[in-house]
Design a protein around this ligand. Structure first.
Ligand code: UD1
Length: 344
């Protein structure tokens, strides 16, 4: 058995896929999740894939007393991957304080407990949202591109949390942090035993597409085709969640091997390829043979026109590459949606 890793938000979409990859590599995993946006059945899915369930605590990272108890019970935790956070952009505009309390409070608690219990390593889930709309000379975007003013409280919590980590790494000699800035994670585990389960009407593109394919939604709305892009729709870097999960294992390995060069390292996690909304929808239809009715509507407020990653640093330094073809990724998302909706 390799090191013991604490995964907060380990029942969520990216968290659960990361737990699977960690366990498959022989790590001992403890999940902390308050199930606010995930379900306990995810543990069965993980068990179905790796053969055993991880240890699970139904605890909110804001609950310092319970978290302290967990750290005391597990003095041998060697690293933390911190996913637990609220992530709905629109909701964060409506309820900013909820986002600031939840996302920032959770990280502050963890960093305090890490210092107190001498846990040195943390991997933090950040987002390409910190770059806003990069200027043309920064496309594709690498880690040196400037961080721009956040467009939502959600995005702001990611920026603030990155700064908190840097400040704490300055103060706490022992701390090592790897900040991973995700582009657009999509897809599901090939087994279809775990996947993405959004609450209510999906805000993200692919879950809306798969739910439309499954008949839950009448038609997809494409937000704008008058952008300055080849087909007029927005461009993103869609990254397979399993590839993304594997990057976390690489980050943990790097920290445990004490290979990190700086107290805080930042990596962009994307494929390096920009895909438009229309390309994604058309590829989905071609791969699955299912028609997706759509209409073009006006732009969505706050949307970025185009952003995709220059993942060279992660490729060379972490020794990681997102290389699953988009067709396979879209097929995995459809397989999962069919399983959830009991469609043959
Ligand atoms: C959004 C957030 C980002 C966050 C990420 C989490 C914004 C501006 N950004 O990314 O900060 O980290 O979610 O997953 O909200 N689209 C449609 N129709 C739909 C849904 C989406 O046309 O029904 C389009 C959008 O306009 C966009 C693309 O699809 O061009 C991707 O949208 P989405 O999946 O919501 O991701 P982001 O907006 O890139």
């Amino acid at each position: 058995m390799k090191a013991k890793i604490l995964v907060t938000g380990g029942c969520g979409f990216i968290g659960s896929h990361t737990v699977v990859e960690l366990m498959e590599q022989g790590y001992e995993v403890i999940i902390v999740d308050n199930l606010s946006n995930s379900s306990i059945e995810v543990l069965d899915g993980i068990k179905g894939i790796v053969g055993k369930a991880p240890e699970f605590y139904n605890v909110d990272c804001l609950d310092y007393v319970s978290m302290e108890k967990l750290f005391t019970e597990h003095p041998d935790i060697q690293g933390i991957i911190h996913f637990a956070a609220s992530k709905a952009v629109g909701e964060s505009v409506e309820k900013p304080l909820l986002y600031y309390r939840n996302n920032i409070g959770s990280l502050v608690n963890l960093l305090e407990l890490m210092a107190e219990h001498h846990v040195p390593n943390i991997v933090f889930s950040s987002s390409c949202t910190v770059y806003g709309q990069p200027d043309a000379e920064h496309l594709p975007v690498d880690e040196t591109a400037p961080v721009k003013k956040a467009l939502s409280p959600y995005g702001n919590t990611k920026q603030i949390n990155e700064e908190i980590i840097c400040d704490q790494a300055h103060a706490n000699e022992e701390l090592r942090a790897i900040i991973l800035r995700y582009f657009n994670p999509i897809g599901a585990h090939p087994s279809a035993l775990i996947g993405e389960l959004p609450n209510g009407v999906p805000q993200n593109l692919l879950p809306f597409v798969t739910q439309t394919a499954a008949g839950l939604r009448k038609q997809l709305k494409i937000f704008g085709n008058d952008y300055n892009t080849p087909d007029g729709t927005c461009i993103r870097d869609y990254i397979y969640v399993v590839d993304l999960a594997k990057a976390h294992v690489k980050a943990i390995e790097r920290m445990l091997a004490k290979d990190t060069k700086d107290h805080v390292e930042v990596f962009n996690l994307g494929t390096g390829k920009g895909v438009s909304v229309l390309e994604l929808v058309n590829t989905f239809m071609a791969v699955t043979g299912v028609n997706i009715p759509y209409e073009i509507v006006s732009r969505r407020e706050g949307d970025i026109e185009q952003v995709w990653a220059k993942p060279d640093k992660a490729n060379t330094v972490l020794g990681w590459k997102a290389d699953t073809p988009l067709s396979e990724v879209l097929a995995s998302a459809w397989k999962w949606e069919k399983k959830v909706r009991h469609i043959n």
